[in-house]
Every structure is written in structure tokens, then in C-alpha cells.
Design a protein around this ligand. Structure first.
Ligand SMILES: Cc1cc2nc3c(=O)[nH]c(=O)nc-3n(C[C@H](O)[C@H](O)[C@H](O)COP(=O)(O)O)c2cc1C
Length: 187
């Protein structure tokens, strides 16, 4: 049987300053046979090559979208990418519109807020599951199967007083679970 093909699209506007996403990407970068793409680096002018992006999606089975959580959503490049690449007739009907049907969507996200902040009555009022519904329904509309998201909370610059901040060793430890998921999916 053919090995499942894995695509990781990273959306981070300043990966050089990253604490979380850089460790996540580094943890999987040497896995053979996966495709990792830094979308901000590829399109610094935001002029996305839609046909190329679509072609790459078609040629993979697991689509991983990795990004920091910005304003309870994503960095603007990921929104632009969705608006342009997941177009009608490709990702959803009318038209053929089933190019992505049956593939998997995995969101991999780092947040500044602590896990306990993401609940009813907590600092951010809503659970991550509630806040991620627009992504989940985008996956649904495109016929993609939504996998439970992989989330690391508390990724803030060290030294901010009053916030629960995850340490570098803790991030590296959690990144091992990310690597294991990718390796298991390949088997
Ligand atoms: C523009 C902007 C918006 C942000 N919005 C949120 C937010 O809505 N919720 C949250 O928990 N953290 C928020 N953060 C914090 C980021 O999620 C956090 O810095 C990031 O996940 C850290 O990952 P990195 O080390 O890879 O940059 C925001 C940060 C920025 C710069």
C-alpha cells in the first residue's frame, strides 16, 4: 500500500522570533517523505500562486495547518490562503468541487493564553473547540475530515508577569507528540 502523503503548511509571520512554532517545525523537519512549506516565506508579497497551492493539496492525504492563534483565529496569510486557494469548483461545488474530499485536516496551533483561560467563565470565555468551529466547518464544506487539533497553550515570551507561560523544555516535550502523530499517520 502507498504511504499516506503529508503536507504541513506553516503560517507564521516572523518565524525567526518564534518560541513555539519553530520547535514544532524543527521536531518534524527530518521526517522523510513529508512536505513542509513556510507560506509567509514563499509569498512575502501575499500574492499566492493559487493553482500551485491547489496542485500540492491534491497530491497529499493529510493537510496540516500550523500557526499561532491570532485574535482567536489565525495570522492573516492563512485567511488569505483559504480565501484564494479553497475556491469554488475546486474545494466545493458547484463545479467539480470535490478535489479535497476524503483527505484529513489537522490544525496545529500555539496560543498565548493558558488552557484554563479557554472555557466558559474563563479569561477568554470560550473553549478552543468553539473558537475553532469556522476552521472545522471549512473542512466540512470541503469534504475534509476534521482531526482533533493539536494545541500548545501558554506560548508567550518568558518573563511576562501574571501569565502562565510554558517553558522551552515543556514545548520540546509536547512537540514529540506532534512528531509521533505524523510518524504514526505515515504508517
Ligand atoms: C497579533 C497577535 C494576536 C494574538 N492573539 C492571540 C489570541 O487571540 N489568543 C491567544 O491565546 N494568544 C494570542 N496571541 C499570542 C500568540 O498566540 C502567541 O504569541 C503565539 O502562539 C506564540 O507562538 P510562536 O512562539 O510560535 O510565535 C496573539 C499574538 C499576536 C502577535
Amino acid at each position: 500500500m502507498k504511504k499516506p502523503r503529508i503536507l504541513v503548511n506553516l503560517f507564521h509571520p516572523d518565524i525567526k522570533k518564534s518560541r513555539g512554532n519553530i520547535k514544532l517545525i524543527n521536531s518534524i523537519s527530518d521526517i522523510k517523505g513529508i512536505t513542509i512549506r513556510d507560506i509567509y516565506a514563499l509569498y512575502p508579497d501575499f500574492k499566492i500562486d493559487v493553482k500551485k497551492e491547489q496542485e500540492i493539496l491534491v497530491n497529499h492525504d493529510l493537510l496540516v495547518f500550523q500557526h499561532p492563534f491570532y485574535w482567536y483565529s489565525c495570522p492573516s496569510m492563512f485567511k488569505e490562503w483559504q480565501d484564494r486557494v479553497l475556491e469554488q469548483g475546486f474545494a466545493f461545488p458547484p463545479g467539480v468541487g470535490d478535489a479535497l474530499k476524503g483527505k484529513h485536516w489537522l490544525s496545529v496551533i500555539t496560543t498565548g493564553g493558558a488552557q484554563e483561560a479557554y472555557r466558559s467563565g474563563g479569561f477568554n470565555n470560550y473553549s478552543m473547540s468553539e473558537l475553532l468551529k469556522p476552521f472545522q466547518q471549512t473542512a466540512n464544506l470541503c469534504g475534509l475530515k476534521w482531526l482533533p487539533p493539536f494545541i500548545i497553550h501558554g506560548v508567550l515570551p518568558p518573563g511576562i508577569v501574571g501569565y502562565k507561560i510554558i517553558s522551552d523544555p515543556e514545548i520540546i516535550e509536547l512537540a514529540k507528540d506532534y512528531r509521533k502523530f505524523i510518524e504514526d499517520y505515515q504508517m
